[in-house]
Structures are given as C-alpha cells and as structure tokens.
Design a protein around this ligand. Structure first.
Ligand code: PLP
Length: 388
C-alpha cells in the first residue's frame, strides 16, 4: 500500500536537491568555518552563501540573520534576548493564546522571573484583533509576539497591521514565521517585524537548523556564550551541512512557491468541500480564506481524534490531531479551545497538511476512506450513545 503523507506542518521530507547540496560538507569540505586556512574558508563561504539566500528570501540583509538550531531556538532567542536586554525599560510582553509552545513556554518561563505577559484572545477563526494589541500596550511593553500563521488551524494573522501598531508605539515586534516562510510570501519590511523565526524542516530542508532575523539596532542579549560565532550572538561551531541545506531549500522554495501554493490551495479546498459534503456533524476549524494554502483542520462530533488517526494510519494515510511538535497529551489542543471549539469537539479534531508530493489522487483517497472510518467509529462510540 502506498503511504500518503499529509502532515507537512509537522515536518517535510528533505528534498533530494537539498541532500545533494549538503553532502560535500560532511566529507570533502568538512572544515571549521572559523579556521583561516582553505578548508575553513570553503566552509565559511558556504555558510555565508546560505545566510545571504535566507536574507534575500525574506527581504533582509545577511548581517541581520543569525543561524540557529531551528524554530524553537529562534523563538527562544527572540523572546529571552529582548526581555533581558530591555528589562530596564519595561517588563511587559504581549502575545496570543494560540502561539506554538516554543513561544508560550518561554513566556511562562519569563513570567516566573518577573515579566508580565498578556495573552490576547482570538476570534472563532483564530484571528487576533489588531485593536486588542493596541489596547494592551503600556509604557512597560517591550515586545509583541504574534505568529504569522498558526500551525494547527492555518489562520494567517494580520501581522502587517500589528507591525504598524508596534512601530508607532516604539515596541519590538517578533513573529514566528515557521509555517509561512517557503509557503507564502514573507517580507520583513512589509510585515514591519523586528524579529522573525524560520525553521529548515518545514520547508523541505533538514531538521535542526533555522534562523532568526534580527532587524539592525534591535537590542538583544546573546543566546549562547562561547567561541563568538554568529557575531557573538550564538556561539558554537556552525552546523555547516544543515545550514547549506537550509540555503538550498530556501532557494528552491523561491523558484516554486507561487505555483505550489496555488496547487495546494486547490487540493485543500477540494478536500474541505468533499469532507463537509460526505460527513455529517463536522466543523472546519480556522479561517475560510485567511488560511495557509496547505491546511485542513476539522473537528468531528462523537469520535476521538486519536482513533481517527490510527484508523487512517492503518489505511496508509498519515495526518495529525493537532500540533505534532508537542508531546502526546490527553488535553485537547490549546489552539482549538482558544477558538471556542467545545472540548468534546476539540478531542475529535484532525489536521491534514498538504505538501509538494501530494496529488489529487491522495485527496480522493482521503475522501474515499475517511467517511467510512468516521461512520465505523461513531457506531461504536459511547459519545454518540449518550447523545441519543
Ligand atoms: N513554531 C511553529 C509555529 C511551529 O509549527 C514549530 C514546529 O512545529 C516550531 C515553532 C518549532 O520549530 P522547530 O521544530 O524547528 O524547533
């Protein structure tokens, strides 16, 4: 049975072109970028080439890019870096209740150390209201962090408007763009952000590599102390092959992003329409139009998301019940709860995220398989019986 992978928000396969670009940096060109002889300079050139590609892709300058171990590190660095560098100015940070744990857990950490965090609510579609951001700003606010698009429900946030508000108030603005870079256009000037997090493995690059964009003159404390790499912001010998892979992945995304987004949005809409037609008692989570081109998120009544997932897996279809980056948890998704989805429905949620290799035939297979699975599980469900 051919397996169908529909969990690209969790991770993407590394493209063969990316692997090919990385390979020489494990063997022939293995030098340490800090060494001044030719092996080192070869590696240095590769790192700087990748940095330039990442910078150009988001409309930044290469000096504004710090290479990290991924999206989590980039988010950690942005929040902790700004918090500790600006604590004399203020101790207030504004974020939202639907951020990834890479932001929310950092906020909790900072809260225990005296910072005050405002967690803004979202509407039923997962949108943050720019006016709420404006109202939450005080003279102690040092940072606003609002994700570009949500990893679970795919809602694209009004980051540009929030950026304008942040700039007018003189407050730093960070966005977690892990789910958007490589998928929809991202430009740091248009979005008016000061900090932006990127992850390699969400855009067909390798795992364990990412980047943080830091606008010139943004005050941050260093994230790692040691050898002074990455302009003393993030010490440690660079992961040269992974960085090269990130650069190549970004380059390829730049060539294909527009038409891929269009193709995936067509498949997304077909999948949503088909499932809504074929299955009773389901709701689509997230915004109808302000939505990532590859995201389908729905909740079905009277079934458990995990049971749906396992049944789909036995038919060769890989999906997710929510954020796959977190630890398995019996708690329903914090994102769905923030959207106002009732707990029982949130338990029956399923996320499909399309990717480059998915075709219309894959969508057809889900449309053929899922209605039967839901019907079978509902027939056995105590949840349904209590409703009758
Ligand atoms: N932020 C968002 C929105 C994500 O979806 C993820 C991963 O799923 C991360 C951050 C963490 O990125 P990484 O896996 O590169 O640490």
């Amino acid at each position: 049975m051919r397996r169908i992978y529909l969990d690209h928000a969790a991770t993407t396969p590394t493209r063969p072109e990316v692997v090919k670009a990385m390979l020489p940096y494990f063997t022939d060109a293995f030098g340490n970028p800090s060494s001044i002889y030719s092996y080192g300079q070869e590696a240095r050139g590769a790192v700087e080439g990748a940095r330039t590609r990442v910078a150009e892709f988001i409309g930044a300058r290469s000096e504004e890019i710090i290479l990290t171990s991924g999206g989590t590190e980039a988010d950690n660095y942005a929040l902790k870096g700004v918090a500790y560098a600006n604590e004399r100015k203020g101790n207030h940070i504004i974020t939202t209740s639907i951020e990834h744990r890479a932001v929310l857990e950092v906020c909790k950490f900072l809260e225990k150390r005296g910072f005050k965090i405002t967690y803004l609510p979202v509407d039923e579609y997962g949108l943050v209201a720019p006016d709420d951001v404006k109202r939450a700003i005080t003279d102690k606010t040092i940072l606003i962090s609002v994700m570009h698009a949500n990893n679970e429900v795919g809602t694209i946030e009004p980051v540009e408007e929030i950026g304008k508000i942040a700039r007018e108030a003189g407050v730093y603005f960070h966005t977690d763009a892990v789910q958007t870079v490589g998928h929809i256009p991202v430009n740091v000037d248009e979005l008016k952000v000061d900090l932006l997090a990127i992850s390699g493995h969400k855009l067909y690059g390798p795992k364990g590599v990412g980047a943080l964009y830091i606008r010139e003159d943004t005050k941050l404390v260093s994230f790692m102390h040691g050898g002074g790499q990455e302009r003393k912001c993030r010490a440690g010998t660079e992961n040269v092959p992974a960085i090269v892979g990130l650069g190549r992945a970004v380059e390829l995304a730049g060539q294909e992003m527009g038409k891929e987004a269009e193709r995936q949005a067509y498949l997304r809409d077909k999948l949503i329409k088909g499932l809504v037609e074929k299955i009773d008692h389901i709701r689509v989570n997230g915004h109808p139009t302000k939505r990532l081109p590859n995201n389908v998120n729905l909740s079905a009544d009277f079934v458990e998301g995990e049971s749906l997932l396992l049944s789909l897996d036995s038919e060769g279809i890989c999906a997710s019940t929510g954020s796959a980056c977190g630890m398995a948890s019996p708690e329903p998704s914090h994102v769905l709860l923030a959207l106002g989805v009732p707990r029982e429905q949130a338990h029956g949620s399923l996320r499909f995220t399309l990717g480059r290799e998915n075709t219309e035939a894959d969508v057809e297979r889900v449309l053929e398989g899922l209605p039967g699975i839901v019907a079978r599980l509902r027939a056995m469900s105590p949840l349904l019986k209590t409703q009758q």
